[in-house]
Design a protein around this ligand. Structure first.
Ligand code: EPZ
Length: 430
């Protein structure tokens, strides 16, 4: 079983190139089904979630070519099934983006009920509400969500809660509907805007993405495009916090600093220096970290996908910090693992009360989900002694070459398969 072996204590120093945003890539891949013409996508992250989606697309007759690791060419002119029930898709949340894309183009979709990280109950009522408002009949049978419409007609939809997935799905379906759709209380995340830009580059008419009201004027057909995916806000934020936690000096390159404002603000509050240089951000942690409070919120608030990483930093910060999770109900599962490394954290419902400690100590820990897994790796990089991190398949869902990028910054981390590999690692690091 693959795991990371880590010897902590080295400050991370240097530059790291940030890849394309996983959570933009997933809906963009699904949306490329919406034209029969060929679509060229650049800056595609080579991570497990995008690869699972691409495999599923290949299995229903979509032509998928990979001219290089970060480029994908797709043609959905010969789709042979509107039923997407690939077993592996159950594991990824984004499988539900096939619903919006298929419903838009074929007025019919059958997709396996989504899985994804186990971070709490993840409803899909707002997706269904949106599809129904456009005229679809939606049912759940035998583990599949089925959506069918004779015609899709634009509608005025008020989302009861801010949902990235529901905003994206309804936006896709409305793109090829008749008339105008208005989505109120829509999500404003950078990946929602990236999908709107991608669809517009194919001939869609979407305005207001990035605000809480999106207006979509349906068009009859979409066409070919060449599109470059935005940089990954969460990958960048993870490396920025890795710099803070290891007392390092890291420059994240190829980022959009605007997308990182809430993360930058918190790093400044806890005593880091943050410098913005064009499409790079440098984080220097030369002073002891200090406590702060943080609440996760939809964009432009502090992202829930950065909650474990900031908690790892606050647990090493002087004083008492409070972290409140408002998006998902079960996103503190990693706290038990962090406690085994010496953290002093009490979780009450959706709040974590953190008393900063001087240091972590290495331990054998498991990644409970994607972002928590990355956060635990960062904790191990700051810890005294050696750690192993299991279940790294979660981390590989969303971070490309995570350990290699960390090695480039001076981290002592290796991917090991066996106990023998681990002993070799220990001998090597001394
Ligand atoms: C997306 O999930 C991301 N996943 C998640 O990233 C991210 O944590 C989340 O947005 C919030 O930013 C992808 O983009 C593939 P939501 P999504 O719909 O779309 C409730 C990662 O680590 N809700 O915005 O599933 C829901 O229960 C992953 O990369 C409803 O009540 O999130 C949750 O409490 C993990 N009804 C809240 O809204 C609905 O119909 C936000 O969920 C839909 C959602």
């Amino acid at each position: 079983m693959e795991q990371y072996a880590i010897k902590g204590g080295n400050p991370l120093v240097g530059d790291v190139e940030i890849g394309g945003a996983k959570n933009a890539a997933l809906p963009i891949l699904a949306a490329s089904i919406m034209t029969d013409e060929t679509v060229y996508i650049d800056n595609m992250p080579d991570v497990r979630d995008t690869n699972v989606l691409l495999d599923a697309m290949g299995s229903i007759g979509i032509m998928v070519k990979r001219p290089d690791r970060h480029k994908v060419v797709l043609n959905a002119g010969n789709v042979n099934s509107l039923v997407v029930d690939d077993e592996s898709l159950k594991k990824i949340r984004a499988s539900y983006y096939f619903l919006g894309a298929f419903l838009a183009k074929y007025k019919h979709a059958e997709v396996v009920l989504p899985g994804g990280c186990d971070i709490g109950f993840r409803a899909i009522d707002q997706h269904i509400k949106g599809f129904r408002a456009l005229g679809a009949v939606v049912t759940i049978e035998h583990g599949l969500i089925k959506a069918h419409a004779d015609r899709l007609v634009g509608s005025h939809i008020y989302m009861d809660g801010v949902s990235v997935g529901a905003t994206i799905n309804v936006m896709m379906a409305a793109t090829l509907a008749e008339g105008v759709t208005i989505i109120e209380n829509s999500a404003k995340e950078p990946h929602v805007v990236d999908l709107a830009n991608f669809l517009n580059s194919m001939g869609a008419n979407i305005k207001g993405a990035g605000t809480d009201v999106i207006r979509i004027k349906g068009v009859q057909k979409l066409h070919s495009t060449e599109y470059t995916i935005i940089p990954d806000q969460i990958e960048a934020g993870t490396f920025m916090f890795a710099a803070a936690v290891t007392k390092g000096d890291v420059t994240v390159k190829n980022v959009i600093p605007k997308h990182l404002e809430s993360i930058t603000a918190k790093l400044l509050e806890i005593g880091c220096e943050v410098e913005e240089i064009d499409d790079c951000i440098r984080v220097v942690a030369s002073k002891p970290l200090i406590h702060t409070h943080v609440k996760t919120l939809p964009y432009p608030g502090f992202p829930t996908d950065m909650q474990p990483q900031i908690t790892v930093a606050l647990a090493l910060s002087k004083g008492t910090s409070i972290v409140t999770e408002t998006i998902f109900e079960n996103r503190f599962k990693y706290v038990d693992e962090l406690t085994r490394m010496g953290a002093n954290i009490k979780v009450e419902g959706t709040t974590a009360i953190i008393d900063g400690v001087e240091k972590y100590t290495g331990a054998s820990i498991s990644a409970p989900d994607l972002r928590a897994g990355a956060a635990l790796v960062i904790a191990a990089l700051a810890a005294e002694g050696t750690s192993t991190v299991d279940d790294i398949r979660y981390i590989q869902r969303g971070y490309e070459d995570f350990h290699l990028k960390l090695q480039n910054l001076g981290a002592q981390i290796e991917l090991v398969q066996t106990e023998k590999d681990f002993q070799k690692f220990k001998l090597k690091i001394g």
